[in-house]
Write a protein that binds this ligand. Structure first.
Ligand code: SAM
Length: 194
């Protein structure tokens, strides 16, 4: 009943690290066709399926259209790296705060491995700016990247603002692909430098 097999990667990661809890607010970046959002809706109870648990919020963003899903609020035709999208998220999120930012975003692959790697790393770096605006202290960021020379730079930038950063390769991810995930937790806002 999931829209896409990618759901199993998020289920596997969340079963192990418990990043999605009832009542949490989640932003799902690159959400189409909506399988990760389906998982998030279940785990944060944003459709109110269990009336005894707090009800969370799921907001999904994609350049493409996303078929409607009970419990999720979608922003189709939106670019996650666009400042106007950040502003909209601040409006839509309860208290303008997210507990978790998920990103399974990927650019259209050109077939040139280094170029695609670089493009996706830049998209991931823009998530750190987004986190600076919406992520709650202690919050988590899970983002997909394609391994390559710039992965360490992304890892360093994440480590500067998150208390823990792990590299994950879910079993549900094809062994021969360069696909990896960074799971960054214990967000602390960057100190303002004088
Ligand atoms: N996690 C999704 C699911 O489970 O259904 C699958 C995501 S798919 C692998 C990657 C998505 O990232 C594509 O739908 C693509 O349109 C989207 N994407 C790529 N660049 C984007 C951007 N700048 N802003 C928003 N979405 C983007």
């Amino acid at each position: 009943h999931f829209r896409c097999r990618s759901a199993f990667k998020l289920l596997e990661i969340d079963d192990k690290f418990r990043i999605l809890k009832p009542g949490y607010s989640v932003v799902d970046c690159g959400a189409a066709p909506g399988a990760w959002s389906q998982v998030a809706v279940q785990r944060v109870n944003s459709a109110g399926t269990d009336p005894d648990l707090p009800r969370g919020t799921v907001i999904g963003i994609d350049l493409l259209n996303i078929p409607p899903l009970d419990g999720a609020h979608f922003l189709p035709s939106h670019d996650v790296t666009d400042l106007a999208t950040h502003a909209k998220l601040l409006e839509l999120l309860p208290h303008s705060r997210a507990h978790v930012v998920l990103s399974d975003m990927a650019p259209n692959a050109s077939g040139f491995r280094d170029m695609d790697h670089e493009k996706l790393i830049l998209m991931c770096l823009s998530l750190i700016d987004l986190a600076g605006k919406i992520l709650q202290p202690g919050g988590s960021l899970l983002c997909k990247y394609w391994d390559g020379i710039l992965a360490h730079e992304l890892q360093d930038k994440l480590s500067a603002v998150f208390g823990s950063v792990r590299t994950l390769k879910p079993n549900a991810s094809r062994k021969d692909s360069a696909e990896r995930y960074f799971l960054a937790g214990m967000y602390r806002k960057q100190e303002k430098r004088l």
